[in-house]
Ligand binder design. Structure first.
Ligand SMILES: Cc1ncc(COP(=O)(O)O)c(C=O)c1O
Length: 378
């Protein structure tokens, strides 16, 4: 009988051996979830109605993605050939990297940003070019443009960005696309609904632009794993080739069909977040906490050396936060997700009590730009 931990002579590709891993802290999340930027309430009630109608036979069938892609395309005013549904944006990033990157190619990302970019790029090439934001954590536009060269094959820009909440203007996004006509520019609009600015209308005039959207945030479907890529039909045809025809399960597809019909729910949820974000930022100012102004459903707070103690004290009060100190340029920073209604007050009250417990005092002008080299992120 073989033992599960027996060593083997099998080795993966060298890039896989060297690539970083992403281990989000998923354990013990039965509390107020202000840690993962999810919807903290529920999806549209239509989704739950649809789920209750799932039959035993439905579960026995392979999923059919195309009819839902046609619906999503109609909803966005696009051609179905321009839309690819994915198993979350995580899979979308993976597919983009597998489809367009060869060893030696360069891919440009901004740091700090979403760590799955680093993971998926490093799986394909050692040419990951990370442009570090300065202490303002605003998008380093000029240095980003300057990094583009003939080896650049992929550029990934999140707007709003995670974990900073900073945005990239439409003009900047298009300038980047135009400066790199032979590279794919993936505009990650995961937090679009909380900001409102998009480059979706520029797809026709910008063939190297691919927009990623997730249904994990405003739509409240993180557990169903739904994302999409939209872009030029020819570019999308390459991505379709590398994706499995069954990458999104049929229950998720059914739920997505009804979720996109409920625009009123998304508008309501986004408005709750806009109001809650203002309350959160005002509450943080009152508590003397420095933070980065955010266009997303979270705020990055400047806590300082007691960052770990704060996250632990909040957990004892059943409120989860995300320590971002390991991100380059983020030492001492902790992210808080904006919830709806009372959840914002609960978050602020727990912060106040936790600060008292750990002896945290406002640190005027606290900021640090000291970088760390990430290997393994929590
Ligand atoms: C900028 C950004 N892109 C993509 C994702 C992943 O989204 P999904 O749940 O669709 O994989 C996240 C998740 O936090 C994110 O912050």
């Amino acid at each position: 009988m073989s033992t599960p931990n027996a060593t083997t002579a099998i080795k993966p590709r060298r890039l896989v051996l060297d690539m970083p891993e992403y281990h989000p802290p998923l354990a013990g999340r039965n509390a107020l979830r202000l840690d993962f930027n999810e919807n903290t309430l529920a999806p549209s009630p239509r989704v739950l109605d649809r789920l209750r109608q799932v039959t035993a036979e439905d579960l026995t069938k392979y999923p059919e993605r195309e009819p839902v892609e046609r619906k999503v395309a109609a909803h966005l005013g696009l051609d179905p050939a321009q839309v690819l549904l994915t198993n979350g944006v995580d899979e979308a990033i993976h597919l983009i990297c597998c489809t367009f990157l060869e060893e030696g190619d360069e891919a440009i990302v901004c740091t700090p940003s979403f760590f799955m970019y680093d993971v998926s790029v490093s799986m394909m090439t050692r040419g990951l070019v990370r442009i570090q934001a300065d202490e303002t954590l605003e998008f380093p536009f000029e240095r980003f443009l300057a990094a583009i060269n003939e080896r650049t094959k992929l550029i990934i820009v999140a707007s709003p960005n995670n974990p900073t909440g900073a945005t990239v203007t439409r003009a900047q996004m298009l300038a980047i696309a135009n400066a790199a006509p032979n590279s794919v520019l993936m505009a990650d609009e995961a937090y679009f609904h909380f900001h409102g600015e998009t480059v979706l209308d520029d797809l026709a005039s910008t063939p190297n632009l691919v927009v990623a959207r997730t249904f994990s945030k405003a739509y409240g479907l993180a557990n169903l794993r739904l994302g999409m890529l939209v872009g030029n039909a020819e570019v999308m045809s390459y991505l379709r080739k590398t994706s499995s025809p069954y990458n999104v399960n049929g229950v998720a597809l059914d739920c997505l069909s009804v979720a996109i019909e409920d625009d009123a729910y998304i508008a309501w949820y986004a408005e709750q977040i806009r109001v809650g974000r203002e309350r959160m930022m005002a509450g943080l100012s009152e508590l003397g906490v420095g933070y980065f102004p955010s266009a997303a459903n979270f705020v990055l707070m400047k806590i300082g050396p007691l960052h770990k103690e704060l996250v632990a004290a909040m957990r004892r009060r059943d409120v989860l936060l995300r320590d971002r100190s390991a991100d380059p340029g983020c030492d001492g920073y902790v992210r808080i997700t904006i919830g709806v209604g009372d959840q914002v007050s609960q978050g602020l009250e727990a912060l106040k009590a936790s600060f008292e417990e750990i002896g945290w005092k406002p640190q005027r002008g606290f900021s640090t730009t000291e970088s760390k080299t990430p290997r393994e992120f929590e």
